[in-house]
Write a protein that binds this ligand. Structure first.
Ligand SMILES: [Zn+2]
Length: 137
């Protein structure tokens, strides 16, 4: 009886995690793979060059064209928050610098996401604030 209860609780926990992961994955995959708004325009390129870790909400580095729930890569945050613990400013800076070095293949979407596939990896930064007014394509 006790074991059964424990197992049920574990199953429920597992299911909740999978549901959350699927929601995150679906949202992210939709954004990243289907709704790119294209390459950066000149103003956005100039802005990207000036961005620092403090301008980034979170960064992602993972295998390209794979699930982005975190099973094939990692999300890094610039500051602690209620729903995440993986604060790593050095990694946020690293991902940002990868995008800066590869600006020609960086794409943007929804006014606050910049991403690129380089080699077999995806790199994404989620800006804290939208691209400056007038920079949207
Ligand atoms: Zn996954």
């Amino acid at each position: 009886m006790n074991n059964e209860t424990t197992n049920n609780e574990m199953d429920n926990t597992k299911m909740n995690n999978e549901t959350m992961n699927n929601e995150l994955m679906n949202e992210t995959m939709e954004r990243i793979t289907r709704h790119s708004d294209g390459k950066l325009n000149d103003a956005q390129r100039a802005t990207l060059a000036t961005l620092k870790a403090g301008d980034i909400e979170k960064a992602y580095s993972g295998k390209a064209r794979r699930c982005m729930c975190g099973c094939a890569g990692n999300y890094y945050y610039g500051a602690a928050g209620d729903d995440h613990e993986n604060v790593n400013v050095a990694q946020v800076t690293r991902v940002l610098n990868v995008l800066k070095r590869n600006v020609d293949v960086v794409e943007q979407q929804d006014g606050y996401i910049a991403h690129a596939i380089i080699g077999n990896r995806s790199y994404v930064v989620y800006l804290k604030h939208a691209w400056l007014a007038g920079e949207a394509n």
